[in-house]
Design a protein around this ligand. Structure first.
Ligand code: NDP
Length: 284
């Protein structure tokens, strides 16, 4: 009889605030479902204690950790290197211990891309992207690296749209334009994929809708929302009415977890187990 092993492999998240983040539930659900000897713990840590927290994680033999707001940029100085997209974005939400070297990855955009690829490829597609914040940056860099033909950025604050456009032009080969966000923005008819990467519609402001001409949504378009809660945002409902293929924001969240677990454990976990756990804990 072999002796039992009571030592778990450690993963977790450093964020502030930490209590409202459901990622811990979906990751632990996957670990349990697959019988993986791993644990994931939420830690309330901001930039002032991040150096100590990362040193502690390394000392305690963590295999990796997530970083959420406000640590995604701050953490870079404590790591040994960055993955390709994280280096372009200069933002890390997933650190991975690869043979003693700590590498920062960004799974925000990769999670989105995985959701998109369940319905269509990014390669050669024309995107309209609402928003120019962290989620928009992650998504646009990742779809650009995946071979998107063009991205049209539509953002309330023009300077932020310009900054993102400059980053994409300098670091990727995608064609980039930006449009003023007039009240009822009409989506160009040749658009393949429409993405809401703003926070419009996030719980509890569930009735908020994008200032968008819903008549410009066409059935051949794929419409994706980053908002994970509620599952059915106004945009998703409008797009369904217009006959579009829709992608909800929970898919992006779940796929980020799937990708993080693959980095940490090498195992491809079952996304549906994670999705159902989030729906259960958030009462959606
Ligand atoms: P940021 O604060 O970095 O950016 C917010 C963006 O939303 C900006 O472009 C901002 O425009 C825009 N915005 C906010 N309110 C309005 C409004 N009333 N009208 C027009 N534009 C508005 O946030 P993030 O990019 O980090 O996050 C955005 C959303 O993405 C959040 O709701 C978050 O929950 C979601 N998200 C989902 C993930 C998932 O896995 N599903 C992962 C990461 C994020 P402006 O520049 O003008 O201020």
């Amino acid at each position: 009889m072999s002796s039992p092993n009571f030592l778990k492999q450690l993963t977790g998240s450093f964020a502030n605030p930490a209590a409202e983040n459901p990622t811990v539930e979906m990751i632990e659900a996957a670990y349990q479902h697959h019988g993986l000897p791993f644990r994931y713990i939420n830690f309330e840590v901001g930039p002032d204690k991040l150096a100590d927290a990362v040193a502690g994680a390394k000392a305690m033999g963590f295999v990796g950790f997530n970083c959420s707001l406000p640590n995604k940029v701050e953490v870079i100085q404590y790591l040994d290197g960055l993955g390709e997209s994280a280096a372009i974005m200069q933002a890390v939400n997933c650190a991975v211990n690869r043979g003693g070297k700590w590498i920062g990855e960004n799974t925000d955009g990769k999670g989105f891309l995985a959701s998109l690829e369940e319905v269509t490829s990014a390669r050669g597609k024309s995107f309209v992207l609402f928003g120019a914040g962290g989620a928009a940056r992650a998504i646009s860099v990742e779809v650009a690296l995946a071979g998107a033909a063009s991205i049209r950025i539509v953002n309330r604050t023009k300077e932020r749209a310009e900054q993102l456009a400059t980053l994409l032009r300098e670091r990727t080969s995608v064609q980039v334009d930006f449009d003023e966000w007039t009240n009822n923005y009409a989506i160009p008819a040749n658009t393949d994929v429409v993405v809401n990467a703003t926070s419009i519609g996030l719980f509890p402001n569930v009735a908020a809708r994008l200032p968008l001409d819903v008549g410009s949504l066409r059935p051949q378009m794929v419409v994706a929302d980053v908002i994970p809660n509620p599952l059915r945002t106004r945009l998703i409902a409008d797009a369904e009415m217009a006959g579009c293929t829709v992608i909800d924001g929970l898919g992006m969240l779940v796929n980020q977890g799937v990708i993080s677990i693959k980095y940490w454990t090498g195992v491809d976990v079952e996304p549906e187990v994670m999705r159902q756990r989030v729906i259960q804990v958030l009462g959606m």
